[in-house]
Design a protein around this ligand. Structure first.
Ligand code: PEP
Length: 255
């Protein structure tokens, strides 16, 4: 049984004070909720401070990006060891905003995935088609290419604590979530790709859906067999909204 995982991606939102207020207020919004892993991927500047604060909360800390080397002359970059030192456990890798706005290629993403795993972080690998690819019927082809390219550097084909987020680009930040059927089909396809790595990987790796998730539609996704949670952008920015998503998954799983 895979534990549900709900991940907040604040992107370039929230300064330190706002981030601290959120983490202070959030636990009160999820009182009584258990069995759901809740991750908040905060901007780098907040991570060191939040890592102490989250110890008293159900929240786990994530980062939104990292470089793959452990240290060196890489001006402006943050290494996996630095993230580990401040208590980060998850790191988003290959988000479509990084692929499209910052030119991150499949081979660069593969280095980040391998490095995150090597240094004890759980990479949340984002894969997903854009609108043109969807309309051309290329969704599976894109997922397959991004998935295998990103895992190319894994030694012994060990996905470790890998998480895969299916994030159709056209659904991110648009208010137009994928249909449950489309998300289930894509997540099922990702699971079939994981099976090609090995049955243990397919069984234990969590597959998330991301793209305009909110408290009203989360159940459409998490009720699908192959979807183990969500990566949430806009609706994670207010602690009440993010908590409502978490509570909805909790109620659904409790039956
Ligand atoms: C995201 O940024 O990964 C995302 C899913 O954003 P949103 O929930 O705002 O669509």
């Amino acid at each position: 049984m895979r534990q549900p995982l709900i991940v907040a991606n604040w992107k370039m939102s929230k300064g330190l004070e706002e981030a601290k207020d959120y983490v202070r207020r959030f636990p009160g919004e999820v009182t009584g909720v258990s069995g759901i892993e809740m991750v908040v991927c905060a901007p780098f500047i907040a991570l060191a401070v939040l890592s102490k604060m989250v110890q008293q909360t159900p929240l786990v800390l994530g980062a939104q990006n990292m470089y793959w080397e452990r240290e060196g002359a890489f001006t402006g970059e943050i290494s996996p060891l630095m993230l580990r030192e401040v208590g980060v456990r998850y790191v988003i890798v290959g988000h479509s905003e990084r692929r499209n706005l910052f030119g991150e290629s499949d081979s660069l993403i593969a280095k980040k995935v391998a490095s995150a795993l090597e240094y004890g972080l759980a990479p949340i690998l984002c894969v997903g088609e854009d609108l043109r690819q969807r309309e051309a019927g290329q969704t599976k082809e894109v997922l397959q290419r991004q998935f295998f390219a990103a895992l190319e550097r894994l030694e012994n084909e060990q996905p470790g604590r890998l998480v895969v987020a299916y994030e159709p680009v056209w659904a991110i930040g648009t208010g137009k979530a994928a249909s449950a059927e489309d998300a289930a089909s894509a997540a099922g396809f990702v699971r079939s790709l994981l099976k090609e790595i090995g049955s243990a990987a397919a069984q234990k790796t969590r597959v998330l859906y991301g793209g305009s998730v909110n408290a009203d539609n989360i159940g459409d996704f998490t009720s699908c067999e192959d979807i183990d949670g969500a990566l949430v952008g806009g609706s994670s920015l207010k602690e009440k909204e993010f908590a409502a998503i978490v509570r909805s998954v909790y109620e659904e799983r409790r039956g």
